[in-house]
Design a protein around this ligand. Sequence first.
Ligand code: GSH
Length: 189
Amino acid sequence: MALNAIPFETVEPDMANGEHKSEHFGSLNVFKQVPVITDGDVTLADSNAILVYLIHAYAESDYWLGKDAKEKSLVQRWLSVSAGELARGPAAARLEYVFGATIHEPAVLEVSATLLSNMEAHLANSASSFLVGSHVTAADIAMYSYMAHAPEGGISLSNFPHINNWLKAIENLDNFVPMPASDIAAARV
Ligand SMILES: N[C@@H](CCC(=O)N[C@@H](CS)C(=O)NCC(=O)O)C(=O)O
């Protein structure tokens, strides 16, 4: 929303006290999870669904979702990776460190290691600093936050120079707004 200057208001449920498990929140998202947006008569949950909605409603969709069939499918593939390997790997590791969630650590570390090495190789072979095509797309936005915050879950990025370059390329975009670090956040290592 910041990158496309889309005005919005943030409402933060008191998750520590289970506000997102209330009947009211369940009427916004049956899975009782954040994020959810309301936009006029549209109520929508799921970060990738929200990203795609905002692009179609308010931004240039061929720019953000790919200009042709191949680029569009490559962007979609990274949205799947963000909901798959990124969520099951670095994001899950961070949940344990930051929020005390119980995870199956060997599986989380294995998924994270595979994701990092595949993404590093992909970026090393990419003609641009971004995941798909020559400029930032929804693929980068979907992958950015939990990759940038991977060190908060004890997943080091120090051996992945192309991933670090990619993070910096996103952070250098006009109007970029970072996800706030958690209180116990480690510096990026
Ligand atoms: N696929 C969903 C996953 C949403 C999700 O896992 N939300 C977490 C916070 S990032 C949540 O609400 N957790 C609280 C809970 O599940 O009780 C998305 O990408 O939006």
